[in-house]
Design a protein around this ligand. Sequence first.
Ligand code: ADP
Ligand code: MG
Length: 331
Amino acid sequence: MQTRRPPSSPAPRVGAGAGTVYSTQLPLPGRRQGKVRDLYQLEPDREGPRLLVVATDRVSAFDVVMPSGIPGKGRMLTAMSAAWFGLLRSRGIVRDHVLSLEVPDIGIPDAVRACLEGRVMVCRAASVVPIECVARGYLAGSGWAEYRERGTVCGMPLPAGLRECDRLPEPIFSPATKADVGHDENISFDRACELVGGPLMERLRDLTLRIYRVAADHAASRGLLLADTKFEFGHALGPDGAPSDGLMLVDEVLTPDSSRYWPAEEYAPGRDQPSFDKQFLRNYLLGLVSKGLWRKEPPGPLLPAQVVEGTRARYLEALDRLFPGTPLPGT
Ligand SMILES: Nc1ncnc2c1ncn2[C@@H]1O[C@H](COP(=O)(O)OP(=O)(O)O)[C@@H](O)[C@H]1O
Ligand SMILES: [Mg+2]
């Protein structure tokens, strides 16, 4: 295990030795694959079914998974999610799905185990609420796009005259559908209530905004603005495999894949902000699109080394700034 250096020193080459983990095939049932994570079923414990969630080094942009991975990205995401889950747990806002960060005993060779170290979470399996719970403190991305067109975000009217990336009068909850295929779509709060029920949505809105405020405060104390972020919630599956009443925060939390972080010292509304998310990668891809070399459809293009390295460096800097000294096991 390597101890992280302070942010002022040159970034260590995370994952360079261990290589890139692009995809996994573990001897476990129920394999499912998301854009970034591979999920497997583990033996249930007394409380119910458990999942093994493996964060790979895959990266997606415009909902297309790139054929090149970002070495060590899965470890950085797992370390950052774990640190945030820990901080949120200490505030006692809501239960979460994390059971352990240790690689479980699943009869795999040591070399495979070493690849998994630092990129797994053993989680309580949930029936995931099919709504992306987005909190926005600033006007960016799809929120800015809707506001520019109609003066609203998720159908909610906002004051006139806001500029790109302006701070909102107060953080807002802007739900989106969780599409199995294709792009997520912003929806109104009322539409979300129709889909999954009013009392549940009110609870999710309250939790989302509470967690956002805690996280934005922590980020601000570390010189970062948390412009927006997305959470997923689910009902824990019980011993009978059926969803229980127990609402949990699931998935990843507050990583650069699910959140926009801006360096506070460079913040200036009225333009796009430099950010620690995939904007660097997106900008490269938009260059290809404008030259007619890619159409935002699969397959994605192979990424040049400097794009891979630049993306990796930004993820690492986000982790270093938010949680300095966080160890990255397995590197
Ligand atoms: N505790 C849980 N139980 C069941 N599913 C979960 C749990 N936590 C996360 N998930 C799901 O696992 C998947 C995570 O993989 P990811 O690669 O991030 O997927 P996506 O392409 O949907 O972003 C998501 O579909 C998420 O909803
Ligand atoms: Mg995801």
